[in-house]
Design a protein around this ligand. Sequence first.
Ligand code: ADP
Ligand code: MG
Length: 185
Amino acid sequence: MDKQALRKLYLRKRADLSIDFVKANSQKIAQHLFTLEEFKKADIVHCYASIKENSEVETDLILDFCLNNGKELVMPKVLSKVEMKHVGVSSITGFKENRWGVKEPVDGKSVQADYPDLIVVPMVAGDWQKNRLGYGKGYYDRFLSRTKGLKVGILFDFQLHNVNLPVEDFDVPLDILITENEIIR
Ligand code: ADP
Ligand code: MG
């Protein structure tokens, strides 16, 4: 299957999830993340705001944890058709939804792509080689190619594709994947 067919497949599977499933397993995923030595050591964490309507792994707990535990939080903000900027955030207030329904900080100081120590990455699907399939816009490929931060993908167990995903030259593999059931290194 090509990337587009795989995206359709996994987005359709995600559309069937119950609110309870998303909530319970997002909690487990966040707890796994908090146990990582690399996360404990990370002073600056980059994390997106999850979209409820898409049944993405919820990041609310991760955002709150960072803000309440002395980590510097950086969130992405779409800048153009191809690029995101990265904004330091000190509280989850003053958010506005962009055209895809992703909550973004209204203001805040911009930082460079390689500023965060650890980046929490959204996934449409992943595989055991830690390859990533995203929504198909390449925002994270462009961003991750310019950072030295640890790249941690979060996804539900069923989003792990059992064979290798198709990859192209510009796809950036992740360092760690976390599901509700395991941490893949
Ligand atoms: P996703 O990673 O969101 O699943 P793709 O990997 O299919 O999506 O990438 C989407 C588009 O983004 C591709 O058509 C590709 O040309 C473009 N792209 C990805 N990475 C880069 C990059 N580093 N520089 C320029 N264009 C890129
Ligand atoms: Mg890609």
